[in-house]
Design a protein around this ligand. Structure first.
Ligand code: DX5
Ligand code: ZN
Length: 239
């Protein structure tokens, strides 16, 4: 059952921006991946988040283009591919060809971020940039016009199931102010440690896309219950 409450955050212009839930398949049962992606989609997931780790930029190794291609066969919602890799520019074409709708690269992995974001757009995808917890909001000040999505890492990237770093909420607020002042439609994602408590902090700070792995795919009541719990938590902010 999909909870149909219209969940939104209030922008500085007093209009409301819908909040999206993007389950991260890092926490899915890989032996049943297609089935779990379908369950998330049927339960009202807005995007599917796919974490690509190369064992160099981060200590872990996860998925590649073949997994994106497989998820694409069962999903009809956007696939949000998060490249936690060195030299992400070498991978853009392959992930775009396999069905990525957005491709996010790390600021810390790109010496030539402007060029890389241009390559993502040329490949037909929305261009995302991710910021590690220590990377300031101001690092995007000169490049906002190239950006479609900002991913604020609310844990150190590399693993699911970590604790939300509360200090990142100040950066989310700064980015929300920058984006609104710019009048752009950039999505601000939060990634890591999102659960029914921390989602409220992220929403209040101005994030509008909530990436959630463990609390969706690892929920004791099932994937649908996990998504519903997150939607309820944000809905209570409006009341
Ligand atoms: C961490 C990944 C996250 C991760 C979130 O490096 O980028 O997307 O899957 O997982 P949870 O929700 O378990 O913190
Ligand atoms: Zn991620």
């Amino acid at each position: 059952m999909v909870l149909s409450v219209d969940l939104k955050i209030r922008g500085p212009d007093m209009t409301y921006k819908p909040i999206k839930i993007a389950p991260s398949i890092l926490a899915a049962d890989f032996a049943r991946l297609g089935e779990e992606v379908k369950q998330a989609q049927d339960a009202g997931a807005d995007w599917i988040h796919i974490d690509v780790m190369d064992g160099q930029f981060v200590p872990n190794i996860t998925m590649g283009p073949l997994v994106v291609e497989a998820v694409k066969r069962v999903a009809n919602i956007p696939l949000d591919v998060h490249l936690m890799t060195v030299q992400p520019e070498r991978l853009i074409g392959r992930f775009a060809a396999c069905g990525a709708d957005s491709i996010t690269v790390h600021v810390e992995a790109c010496a030539h971020l402007h060029r890389v974001l241009g390559e993502v757009k040329s490949a037909g995808c929305r261009a995302g940039v991710a910021l590690n917890p220590h990377t300031p909001a101001a690092s995007l000040g000169e490049i906002l016009d190239m950006v479609d999505i900002i991913n604020v890492m609310t844990v150190n990237p590399g693993f699911g199931g970590q604790e939300f770093i509360t200090a990142t909420t100040a950066k989310i607020s700064s980015l929300r102010a920058m984006v609104d002042e710019d009048g752009s439609k950039i999505d601000i994602e939060v990634d890591g440690g999102i659960n029914r408590e921390t989602i409220s902090l992220a929403a209040a700070a101005g994030a509008n896309v909530m990436i959630a792995g463990t609390c969706v795919f690892g929920h004791a009541g099932g994937i649908g219950a996990g998504i519903k719990e997150l939607r309820r938590a944000i809905a209570s902010l409006d009341s």
